[in-house]
Design a protein around this ligand. Structure first.
Ligand code: KG4
Ligand code: ZN
Length: 345
């Protein structure tokens, strides 16, 4: 069963082809176009520009993936596409294109939850990973801790009450004068700084739950930045970047530790764009060692949005008998969609 996966929920156009037959899925080819350069002048993603660019990229990327894999359209068994959550217009482009392909090729269409793609991405090329595990999902739009019991069996343990971890990186980076996307830029600047220079808040850390809150951090960063005046020394900015990163990492690490202690899960996986952050990986690795759990990350290529994770999640659902392969009739997109409801996709 060959699955074509399509991702257009935000600012990356991703297409991939996965062989879904047992024992483990196999990634045959993938292609990605990142729109970052198009959005940089605006300091963030412009939804209409994102939609238009997805339209331009989907056909060539799909042709490229089929050619790379040496697969003819007639051999593709199903088309899987991100149906949410994400930007409504961007999702509509992907689902519209996927519907057209599935109709033209006479194959079923499958809706995939974007966060399920992230959640299962550590399995790509890592056949040793097994359920159950604790998942820390940290992206530009979401921050969640989940107990993952199997494909489609996701128990939400805690999540952010306001900004996502990636948003905290992005907004703080903007306050420091760094370009979009702020996460990697802030991480780079932080390398030159002293993480103990500023004592920034660690919201909800003292509360026993597994929820997060990052909106207050952004305000604290804004206040510290303003206090530096118009021409702050580069070192002061780097110190603030390092302290900001340390505050985000500290909260993510400590809540993850609490979740491991509460659930007694033997394994942890980290998924989503912020999972690419080196300081976060270092802190989580040390914590996992101390808690005697094994920790897994997707390859860096699968941390940020991509088509491979969508095709892979589709393949794992299909293997688990949860594929919901519907006729290619067009899909409702779900810009807001809870992962706990992904089974009904
Ligand atoms: O998963 P993703 O590609 O898109 C969403 O589904 O949101 O995550 C994007 C987020 C952005 O907020 C970006 O700044 C952040 O991940 N990010 C990072 C790093 N690389 C990406 N944050 C911190 N450090 C990084 N190295
Ligand atoms: Zn994502």
């Amino acid at each position: 069963m060959l699955m074509l996966g399509i991702e257009t929920s935000c600012d990356e156009t991703g297409v991939a082809l996965v062989q879904a037959n047992a024992p483990t899925p196999q990634l045959l080819a993938h292609a990605l176009h990142s729109q970052i350069a198009a959005h940089v002048p605006y300091g963030g993603v412009v939804p209409e520009l994102a939609s238009r660019d997805h339209i331009r990229r989907l056909v060539p990327l799909t042709q490229q993936v089929l050619a790379q894999a040496g697969v003819a359209p007639a051999e593709v068994g199903a088309v899987a596409v991100t149906a949410g959550p994400g930007l409504a217009g961007a999702l509509l482009v992907g689902t519209g294109f996927a519907t057209g392909l599935a109709q033209a090729w006479g194959v079923p269409l499958m809706a995939v939850h974007h966060l399920e793609g992230h959640l299962l991405s550590p399995f790509i090329g890592q056949p040793a990973l097994t359920f159950p595990f604790l998942a820390l999902l940290v992206s530009g739009g979401h921050t969640q801790l989940m107990a993952v019991h199997g494909v489609g069996r996701y128990e939400l343990l805690g999540q952010t009450l306001d900004d996502a971890a990636g948003e905290a990186f992005d907004k703080s980076a903007k306050l420091l004068g760094l370009p979009y996307p702020g996460g990697p830029a802030l991480a780079k600047m932080a390398q030159q700084g002293n993480a103990r220079a500023f004592d920034l808040p660690r919201p909800l850390l003292q509360q026993p739950n597994l929820d997060f809150s990052f909106a207050g951090l952004k305000t604290a960063v804004a206040t510290r930045r303003r206090a530096m005046g118009d021409q702050p020394p580069a070192q002061a900015l780097a110190d603030l970047a390092a302290s900001t990163q340390a505050a985000i990492v500290d909260v993510l690490m400590q809540k993850s530790r609490r979740a491991l202690q509460q659930t007694q899960l033997p394994t942890m996986v980290v998924a989503g764009g912020v999972g690419a952050n080196a300081a976060l990986r270092e802190a989580l690795n040390a914590m996992a060692l101390e808690q005697k759990v094994s920790i897994h990350y997707p390859d860096l290529a699968w941390c940020t949005d991509n088509g491979a994770m969508i095709a892979w999640a589709a393949a794992m659902r299909w293997q688990a008998g949860l594929a919901n392969l519907g006729p290619a009739r067009g899909l409702p997109v779900q810009p807001r969609w809870s992962l706990a409801g992904a089974e009904s996709a």
